[in-house]
Design a protein around this ligand. Sequence first.
Ligand code: SAH
Length: 350
Amino acid sequence: MASLRSPVPSASLLSPPPPRSPHLVHHCRPSSSSSSSRARTPLMAMASSSPPQLQELKQGIADFYDQSSGLWEQIWGDHMHHGFYDSDADDVSLSLTNHRSAQIRMIEESLRFASLLHPDSKIPKRIVDVGCGIGGSSRYLAQKFGAQCRGITLSPIQAQRANALADSQGLSDQVSFQVADALQQPFPDDEFDLVWSMESGEHMPDKPKFVQELARVAAPGATIIIVTWCHRDLNPSEDSLKPWEKELLQKICKAYFLPAWCSAADYVGLLHSLSLQDIKVADWSPNVAPFWPAVLRTALTWKGLTSLLFSGIKTIKGALAMPLMIEGYKKGVIKFAIITCRKPEQAPDV
Ligand code: SAH
């Protein structure tokens, strides 16, 4: 696993207090001390894994989702992301139906955070879903906005299933899915007016390249939404996480095929370095707290356990890592972040 070192640019600017409301927004401006250039070195270091290591990671991700997506869909349906809950939600009393609604709410809250639900905002008509799973977000967004949507995933089984679901829901003229790498997207520049990455960023071994690709395929004026797992922002006096924190994250990396983590502040630094505008960030960790305990509970049911047994070793290892995710959130090492921005209407002067 790559090093988890990550200096945090201008932490005072980028470390919001825990959110008191779901919509606590942290508007970010570039810092005078050039946060972006300070963020680059270790983030670039994350990308310095050898090609065989990168290939192994990609194959691991593809196999993991090939194996586990069927079981996930059976129990949780077509959204493979956290639910969004009121921060005082009593998780034990929530039913599976409540959790599934919370997953839809995650999509709605993300759109709201990015100001796309504002009556004056332009309705997105061309959307890319980067790391699309079995296409739940794409189908939802295509229907909501009457948009065309293209999804990419590393998992052939997911792409196939996503297309089959689109077909059976009469959406195949609006949405389509293919196997492709988010770091080399098969799309021209300036193509989409909404670039959507729901819980895929944590898999990307080269965060600068990931963000560059999101910005490249975004049309001028497009919105970019990144919802992702991050590690906590570092304090100004720190230059890395504590050893026990790194150890915990490394165990999670192994189970879920993740490269080194970064912080939300690191993402903000990268977006600034690309001259993206209206950069906003929020920590939604309190709003996703009921999710992993619920996933763990469903895995421990008779149906969950028997299905797990037949779903392959990678899925079983993933299930065994769930308590680590819960621990990471509880101890404040793992943060659930939303980061949004807009591509300028005109290219910045060079
Ligand atoms: N966004 C979906 C799925 C999240 S699961 C949802 O909310 O339901 C993570 C997804 O990211 C998987 O589909 C996985 O294949 C995809 N992914 C991970 N790394 C990727 C990469 N380099 N290129 C494309 N997709 C990737």
